[in-house]
Write a protein that binds this ligand. Structure first.
Ligand SMILES: Nc1ncnc2c1ncn2[C@@H]1O[C@H](COP(=O)(O)OP(=O)(O)OP(=O)(O)O)[C@@H](O)[C@H]1O
Ligand SMILES: [Mg+2]
Length: 452
């Protein structure tokens, strides 16, 4: 019988937590000199995970977790899975009339149980052994995969900046909590702390209408993504080439820049996250750097394609004035450009104009692709595919060739006209789109663009 990822995790974690409970009990007994069947926590028999198909077990195998790392992970997971298991740490030291310092831990504002800290981990792992206690630092260092891969962190908060590292709570990332419990990949939600939004499309590459030479350049990006490993590892190009790929898409509004970014992600099965730079720069000034760092860090681990929209808003700012605000903005932009340059994945910047971009910066892109407004031939393809995409009935008088010839509008505007004409048609007794619906829609679009 098929079991769900949540069921598989639950089954495995049940056994893991039983083992972990015995580890705690053993450590307590050894520490307080009580009778114990084991002489070290290593002797507590570990559950075997070899044939276990749960995501949790897969993780343990993938990272080949040492028993200490497994203890740390379970300790961090415990408040989410079986908080009562940590209640033993709440007991009072009768000599001091307070909790045991050696157990560490903090109390939450709402969580009524014990929230473990690095001290708690050190207690379980090292007991009274000082050398082992010092060793605990390695698991929380920046170079350890716990931190590097965004799994577990012990970042000092403003409350404990001047306090020992060991007093920091163990923070398991939201993503891994959901990975180890319901087995779902966690998707961050757009917020001021995470100003990026996933974009997707239902269109296919075959729907994209662009001149052949532009398509060729887009294919190059696709080929890089598909063959990066071969190129960098097998062909050893990592010695010469910077990892990742940076592309600049520029051209008038509605010419398919955002669509192309979504299609690249779709073709390679990589999520695309869009960051609106104009919003980021204007709204979150001061916070930008921190928020950008969190996007880049997550993106790096998860192989997202990063799509920076409205990139011109950055470059406009860069050259302006010398007030402290401007300097600050320049600093943040410099930070962003540096991160983009170092990003080992795919970063795409989109802009309406290339003109005011820094020449030195443009040189750092592997592709600089101009998205032109469509010519008559491409406009006809866009019109035909727009009306063929569903079951929108066209009246006999609607002449798409004539429309394509007469009106120089973009793919984005065509989609808006489609919507307008379809709304007009659907309320009629005989629901048909007439030539003049399309033309009225086009005039509305042209007025919007200041051309009408
Ligand atoms: N070249 C194209 N081929 C096919 N469809 C297109 C093309 N250009 C635009 N469209 C249609 O118009 C919609 C809007 O285009 P898109 O958002 O990709 O434009 P953009 O270049 O990103 O514009 P902006 O600069 O305003 O962000 C697309 O989702 C698609 O339906
Ligand atoms: Mg766009």
């Amino acid at each position: 019988m098929e079991i769900s990822p949540a069921q598989a995790n639950a089954f495995t974690l049940q056994r893991e937590m039983e083992w972990f409970a015995q580890v705690i009990e053993t450590r307590m007994k050894l520490y307080f000199g009580e009778d114990c069947v084991y002489t070290s926590i290593f002797e507590v028999p570990l559950p075997a995970l070899d044939d276990d198909t749960s995501m949790y077990a897969g993780f343990i195998r993938y990272y080949n977790l040492h028993i200490y790392e497994r203890i740390i992970l379970l300790l961090a997971l415990c408040p989410h899975v079986k908080p009562e298991l940590l209640d033993v740490f709440l007991s009072e030291n009768t000599h001091t009339r307070r909790g045991y310092t050696e157990f560490g831990g903090i109390r939450g504002n709402q969580h009524s149980g014990f929230i473990p800290t690095v001290e708690t981990a050190a207690f379980l792992i090292a007991g009274k052994n000082l050398a082992e206690r010092f060793n605990v630092y390695t698991y929380f260092s920046e170079g350890h995969f716990f931190s590097k891969h965004g799994i577990l962190s012990v970042q000092a908060s403003e409350h404990n900046r001047n306090e020992p590292l060991f007093s920091s709570p163990l923070l398991l990332s939201r993503e891994y909590i959901s990975y180890f419990t319901n087995g779902e990949a966690y998707q961050p939600v757009y917020s001021s702390e995470f100003p990026a939004k996933r974009i997707e499309t239902r269109l296919r590459f075959s729907d994209l209408v662009l001149p052949a030479e532009v398509m060729d350049e887009i294919q190059d990006i696709l080929h890089w993504i598909q063959h990066e490993y071969t190129l960098m590892q097998d062909w050893q190009l990592h010695k010469r080439l910077k990892p990742g790929y940076r592309a600049l898409f520029y051209g008038p509004p509605g010419t398919g820049k955002t669509l192309t970014a979504s299609l690249l992600g779709q073709a390679c099965d990589m999520p695309v996250y869009r960051v609106d730079l104009s919003k980021l720069v204007s709204k979150y000034i001061g916070e930008t750097e921190k928020n950008l760092a969190s996007i880049f860090d997550q993106a790096e681990q998860k192989k997202w394609i990063l799509f920076f929209d409205e990139a011109d808003s950055l470059f406009g700012k860069r050259t302006s004035g010398n007030t402290s605000n401007d300097r600050h903005a320049n600093q943040e932009i410099a930070y962003l450009l540096q991160r983009i340059e170092d990003y080992p994945g795919i970063a795409i910047l989109a802009s309406n104009l290339k003109g005011n971009m820094d020449e030195a910066f443009i040189r750092r892109f592997q592709s600089v692709i101009y998205f032109p407004a469509p010519d008559e031939h491409d406009r006809l393809r866009l019109w035909e595919s727009a009306f063929a995409s569903g079951r929108v009935p066209l009246a006999e008088d609607a002449d798409l060739s004539a429309i394509a010839r007469k009106y120089p509008i973009t793919g984005g505007a065509i989609i808006n006209v489609l919507r307008y004409a379809a709304i007009k048609a659907v309320e009629r007794e005989i629901p048909l789109v007439y030539q003049h619906d399309i033309e009225t829609g086009i005039r509305k679009e042209m007025r919007k663009e200041g051309k009408g």
